[in-house]
Design a protein around this ligand. Sequence first.
Ligand SMILES: Cc1cc2nc3c(=O)[nH]c(=O)nc-3n(C[C@H](O)[C@H](O)[C@H](O)COP(=O)(O)OP(=O)(O)OC[C@H]3O[C@@H](n4cnc5c(N)ncnc54)[C@H](O)[C@@H]3O)c2cc1C
Length: 263
Amino acid sequence: MPIGSGIRAFAITEQVDETPTIRTVRLDGSMHAQPGQFVMVWVPGKDEFPMSISYPGERFGITYKVVGEGTRHLSIMKPGERIGIRGPYGKGYSIEGRNILIVAGGTGMAALAPMVEQAVASGASVDVVLGARTQSELLLRKRCERSGATLHITTDDGSDGSKGFTTDKARVLLEVGVYDMMYACGPERMIVGLLQLSRTTGVPMQASLERYMKCGIGICDSCAIDGKHVCVDGPVFSHEVLSKLSELGRTRMSPSGGRIPID
Ligand SMILES: Cc1cc2nc3c(=O)[nH]c(=O)nc-3n(C[C@H](O)[C@H](O)[C@H](O)COP(=O)(O)OP(=O)(O)OC[C@H]3O[C@@H](n4cnc5c(N)ncnc54)[C@H](O)[C@@H]3O)c2cc1C
């Protein structure tokens, strides 16, 4: 139901615990979007924030980690309660090639899960590296296994799959395999590591970036990085663009507008 300024109201149908810290909220309407596009989620009376569309189509959904007030309030909302949604916004991933490597770190799998399914459906051979700090935080693992992609697990603490980072596993796969394109979403230090691998192996890459966002439509400048607006020029960027971003992996804008180092 439209409620002004392009915001539509959706009732929550269910909240599903994906990991001890990450939940999926399913909504009573549809959202058709490219993998990697996002929506602005308005939690009435609290906050509005960007979220990737982890379940596009009917009964669409977003998969979120509780970070601050907005996501905390969303996490305690019950079926039947309503939130506001604007979007879909931004440029998503474009599926290219027959041999694809997808690298997801932490909540990055929320943006990449529809990409995995569409890439497999396109007939491509798909390797997925899914990484998390520990086994219980591996996100959407079963969905990924069901998709028909080949899954490679990494955990920082070695509790499942290979001990180490997603970039370590991606390096091994890139050394032995032949890939047409690499797709990534996750912590910015992971994106920086993969960009280096893209340079050395010559495998092109598309990666989604996260920046603090207020408007989502290219007006407020909150998400600017080297003159690009993550909300409209991204959030998915090609390796050519990523290579020119001097702020990548170094600084981001804080909610108050100052530059702060990336963790
Ligand atoms: C395009 C895009 C897609 C995203 N998709 C997802 C997703 O699918 N799942 C998910 O869990 N999260 C996703 N995020 C991150 C999510 O938007 C933030 O976690 C959310 O805004 C936090 O809102 P809050 O009101 O709970 O916290 P706030 O109170 O607004 O913030 C708490 C703290 O987190 C920092 N912060 C907030 N937003 C960001 C950001 N975008 N980048 C860096 N730091 C931030 C703030 O500076 C503050 O320190 C996405 C971000 C972008 C830009």
